[in-house]
Design a protein around this ligand. Structure first.
Ligand SMILES: [Zn+2]
Length: 176
């Protein structure tokens, strides 16, 4: 994904109005259930988020529909560039101790196989001291992969985050 016109850390584009904004004080606006048992979490800017929250059923639907169109159908800004959407997932958020900035910056840190394997069952995420997280999952090993250590039908993964990355680290000095 080509990020552009955003400060280097902790920002994303509002999926509704396409404005870039600082995620530090943002919160999830709404979630969409995904077929593989995760939720896509949409984070809207400080203008659109309260509009959604006070919008009533019709207003909320109009806003979420616009987000779906922006992200899924076009996926680009009007000039054709692909923005760094302010989107994450439930699992990604849990792995980043429910910190939106870290979730957007770090992602889930899993391989594709690990991610879908974990989503296919139930899991618990435990935050570890120092910024990592441990996932305990009851999902069976991914069928297409040889996993010699998964002998009891359960898997666990440790997702390590760069210890130098935290929400107070702002290379641009916290520029808004
Ligand atoms: Zn917005």
């Amino acid at each position: 994904m080509n990020h552009f016109q955003l400060p280097p850390y902790g920002h994303g584009f509002c999926p509704h109005c396409l404005t870039g904004f600082d995620l530090t004080d943002a919160e999830p606006t709404f979630a969409e259930r995904l077929p593989h048992n995760d939720q896509l979490i949409y984070v809207l800017c400080s203008v659109c988020h309260p509009k959604f929250k006070s919008g009533g059923d019709q207003g909320r639907k109009a806003i979420s529909d616009r987000c779906f169109i922006n992200v899924k159908l076009s996926g680009k800004c009007p000039d054709g560039r692909i923005p760094g959407w302010a989107l994450t997932s439930s699992l990604t958020l849990a792995l980043n101790d429910y910190d939106l900035v870290l979730a957007l910056e770090n992602g889930h840190g899993l391989t594709r196989e690990q991610y879908f394997s974990i989503c296919s069952g139930s899991y618990a995420v435990t935050a570890l001291p120092g910024g990592g997280a441990m996932i305990c999952s009851d999902s069976p090993a991914t069928p297409s992969r040889h996993q010699p250590h998964a002998t009891d039908g359960s898997t666990s993964h440790v997702s390590r985050k760069d210890a130098s990355t935290n929400k107070t680290h702002r290379p641009d000095g916290g520029q808004k």
